[in-house]
Design a protein around this ligand. Sequence first.
Ligand code: CP3
Length: 339
Amino acid sequence: MIFIDACFRKPTPYTPIWMMRQAGRYLPEYMAVREKAGDFLNLCKNPKLACEVTLQPVDILGVDAAILFSDILVIPLEMGMDLKFIKGKGPIFPEPLKDESQLCALDENAHLKLTYVYDTIKLIREKLANDKALIGFTGSPWTLATYMIEGQGTKVYNIIKKEIYKNPKFIHKLLKIVTQTVKLYLEEQIKSGVNAVQIFDSWAAALEEDKYLEFSWSYIQEICTYIKSKYPHIPIIVFPKSVPAYLDKLDGDFDVLGIDWGTPMEFAKDKIGDKFVLQGNLEPARLYSKEAIDDGVQKIVDVMKNEGHIFNLGHGMIPDLPVENAKYLVKRVQELTKR
Ligand code: CP3
């Protein structure tokens, strides 16, 4: 698999490409299946339909890897928290966690309830071409805990940050519980057939450096060490979004570091060197224009010089991006990087 070889810095015929949120609303075929499922969560819980939308971008765009169709928030959902996806507002937990006394109510066997995810993986792996990788994923403990405490996406993170400075024990206790579940969840994904895993730390930029290392990165490291010690052949990708200033302090037992679009690839390469394969980082909005794609791809390829690189967007696909341009991007990268 080209994608897996690239994760381990082995020679490949070209630089592999996939896109975060490659399955989603910009594809009419996705909208049709979501309609059939009723809503987004029903789609996540229906292995046959979730498999179908996972395969869509592989068939339509020709990307080199599929990413499991699910959501990072199925973990808190199966820990017992009510979760709603509200049109135009995104995910909401109507009853977020308020204090330490509520932690004992979280189901520590959530990973055993996520069987619909494992069934989806088995189905995808049966149907996906042998040369295409299947990427499993999880949210980082920090990003998941933020949702569990804030109850929704936030620009200021004031509720969880208040706890970090006033009552850090509460947050560490929550992070420990979530970390344990994430380890077992990724392990089950691997046993079900994923070929690589990505840890999304979407809210990495919420914290100052030492607090980030303490409340997020240390738990990501613990997960990486656990998975690597048992499954060394499975590449681990970590994506701590928007933390360029201390990229070089983000060490650990993983293979690929995801770079967001706000961090120049050249800067990342300077800081990281050959320590990790880099994944990224085209600004997703460039997909609105073919000229912007050409220009952006060329700049990234010039920096990465076809080595130690997996091409991706620097964050997820935007729902109104033209499918035609996404196809164009994939073709452009695969041609331009041909050895
Ligand atoms: O194609 C893929 O990338 C795989 C599937 C995937 C989804 N969510 C599907 C989805 C993955 C890997 C995720 C991860 C995820 N979910 C993250 C981390 C990545 C990131 O974006 O930083 C986060 C923070 C979430 C939480 C979440 N789920 C949000 C904020 C939203 C609303 C986003 C929006 O644009 O409305 C979701 C819903 C969601 N997850 C959709 C999809 C395709 C849109 C649902 C729909 O309306 O059909």
